[in-house]
Each structure stands twice: as structure tokens, then as C-alpha cells.
Design a protein around this ligand. Structure first.
Ligand SMILES: Nc1ncnc2c1ncn2[C@@H]1O[C@H](COP(=O)(O)OP(=O)(O)OP(=O)(O)O)[C@@H](O)[C@H]1O
Ligand SMILES: [Mg+2]
Length: 265
């Protein structure tokens, strides 16, 4: 598929009865009986306590881990043990310090089979949109934390896949930079509306960005709560004080408390 192809038929993500344990004595049960449907073109988030299995689930969808049970599909393709069907942004940004920003940006697209020329042309057109114009030839060490995250996101958006898997892309940023990134990501996503599965610790961030937010329990991770978010986009800061938003946030925080075993089910 060409990087510039607009994906018109989006089938999203379907996970059914998925369980995964890491080998050991005893085995470490990480995911248990996960069912998840992310409709094509929607933005869905998962929040959950540290170590519950969020990144593990994304790694299954990225084709990097094979579950013990169940199925996982993205864009209609079986992802179990098969990389290349999703655009995956790992939890740590993984920019190569010895490559300049533009060369970092095109790396994944070239590996995914986009021609060098096309990848560079498209990356250059995105630098402005991603707030990085003028930094094409900068080294990663010359970029701020927010810019590095935007570059890692640019690289992910450049991949010619329908499904984007974003693992805590703003986790390392301060609160003010994060807020700016929320507004910016909404704009970028509205322009190039693909299917997104987003992992975060931040309930407010999840509500601002998503159509649906799920809560995963402590390990072994199960999805124990679902909240549908229907506010129109773009969602500005004012939405945070809306009574319905406050109510949804309280529901998610209560589910997180249950997830951590602080209160009974
Ligand atoms: N390759 C691996 N081999 C063995 N255990 C692993 C492996 N990868 C992850 N784990 C374990 O699986 C559990 C879930 O890890 P995972 O990274 O999915 O959690 P997480 O929900 O993403 O946590 P965080 O919010 O801190 O990023 C943890 O206990 C972790 O130690
Ligand atoms: Mg993680």
C-alpha cells in the first residue's frame, strides 16, 4: 500500500478470548480472556494500573507476542505473531540518536515498503503539521521532550497502516506540554482519521481523546469497565468541567480503584 493512500475501508481491531502468560514457574498470567472491539476509524483508550498488561496487549496486536489462547485481528488480518499489520509506537520513543529527525521519521515507512522518495516527501509535508518545521535536520538530542514525542508520532502516522497502536505517547511529558499535545493530537487525528488504540495512565487524557475508554484490571489483566464518550470534537479544556465529564471521570477512577483491588467488585 502507498503511504499516501487514504484508507477508506477501515475494519478496526477485534480481539476475542485472548489470554497470555509468560513462561516461568509458575507462569506469569498477564492477560485473561480479553474481548475488545475497536470499530474502524474510532479512537479507543485503555487505562489500567502499572504492570497489568496494557503494553503486552499492544505487543500482541503489533505481532510481537503470540497469545496462549484467543484471536487478535487488525485491519482484517490475524496479528498473532505477524508484524506489519499495525503501526506501533512503543512506550519509549526509540528515536535513533545517530539519525537526524527526517531520517528517524522515514525509518519505519521504508521498512514497511514505502519508497525512500515517497516517504521523505510525505514526511516533509508532515513536519509542519506536527510542529517540527525547520527541525528536519536536527539530531534527536537537540529536540525538546514534546518535540521528540511528536517526531515519534509523526513516524507512526507515516506508516501506511489503518491501525495505530500508541503506548503512553505523552507519558514522559509535563502537564502543560501534555495539554498542548492533546489539542494537537485531536486536530491531527481529525484530519487523518484512522483507527487508534491508545494506552495511558491518565483518565482525563483518555476522556479528552477517545470515543470509548476501557479500564483494565491489575494482572492478570481483564477489561472491567467501559465508558462511551460522546462529546463533540475538538474537545477543549472547558469540557473537563462539564458535569457529564466529571461523572465519567469518577466512574473510571472508581473502576481503577476496583482494578487495583482497593475496593471489592
Ligand atoms: N517479555 C516478558 N517476559 C516476561 N514478563 C514480561 C515480559 N513483558 C512484560 N512482562 C511482565 O508482564 C506484566 C505486564 O507488563 P506490561 O508491560 O504489559 O504492563 P503495563 O500495563 O504496560 O505496565 P505500565 O503501565 O507500567 O507500562 C508485568 O508484570 C511485566 O513484568
Ligand atoms: Mg506499558
Amino acid at each position: 500500500m502507498r503511504a499516501s493512500t487514504v484508507v477508506r475501508t477501515m475494519t478496526g481491531i477485534q480481539v476475542e478470548g485472548l489470554s497470555l502468560s509468560f513462561p516461568g514457574r509458575p507462569p506469569l498470567r498477564v492477560l485473561e480472556d480479553i474481548d475488545l472491539d475497536v470499530p474502524g476509524g474510532s479512537f479507543v483508550s485503555i487505562v489500567g494500573p502499572s504492570g497489568c498488561g496494557k503494553s503486552t496487549l499492544l505487543r500482541v496486536l503489533a505481532g510481537l507476542l503470540v497469545p496462549n489462547k484467543g484471536t487478535a485481528q487488525a485491519s482484517g488480518e490475524d496479528t498473532c505473531g505477524r508484524a506489519g499489520h499495525t503501526a506501533y509506537m512503543p512506550q519509549r520513543d526509540l528515536l535513533l540518536p545517530w539519525k537526524k529527525a527526517l531520517n528517524n521519521a522515514v525509518l519505519g515507512a521504508e521498512i514497511a515498503g514505502v519508497s525512500k522518495h515517497e516517504a521523505r516527501e510525505r514526511a516533509l509535508s508532515l513536519f509542519d503539521q506536527f510542529g517540527l518545521a525547520g527541525f528536519e535536520q536536527a539530531w534527536p538530542s537537540q529536540l525538546s521532550g514534546g518535540m521528540r514525542q511528536r517526531l515519534a508520532l509523526l513516524r507512526t502516522f507515516l506508516l501506511p497502516m489503518e491501525v495505530l497502536l500508541l503506548d503512553e505517547p505523552f507519558g514522559a511529558l509535563d502537564a502543560i506540554t501534555r495539554r498542548g499535545m492533546h489539542q494537537w493530537l485531536q486536530e491531527v487525528w481529525q484530519r487523518d482519521q484512522r483507527t487508534v488504540l491508545f494506552v495511558t495512565h491518565d483518565v482525563e487524557e483518555a476522556l479528552l481523546l477517545s470515543d470509548v475508554v476501557y479500564v483494565m484490571s491489575a494482572r492478570p489483566g481483564r477489561l472491567i469497565e467501559r465508558v462511551d464518550v460522546r462529546f463533540p470534537r475538538p474537545r477543549g479544556l472547558e469540557v473537563v468541567s462539564d458535569a457529564e465529564f466529571v461523572d465519567m471521570k469518577a466512574r473510571l477512577l472508581a473502576a481503577l480503584d476496583r482494578a487495583m483491588g482497593n475496593v471489592p467488585d
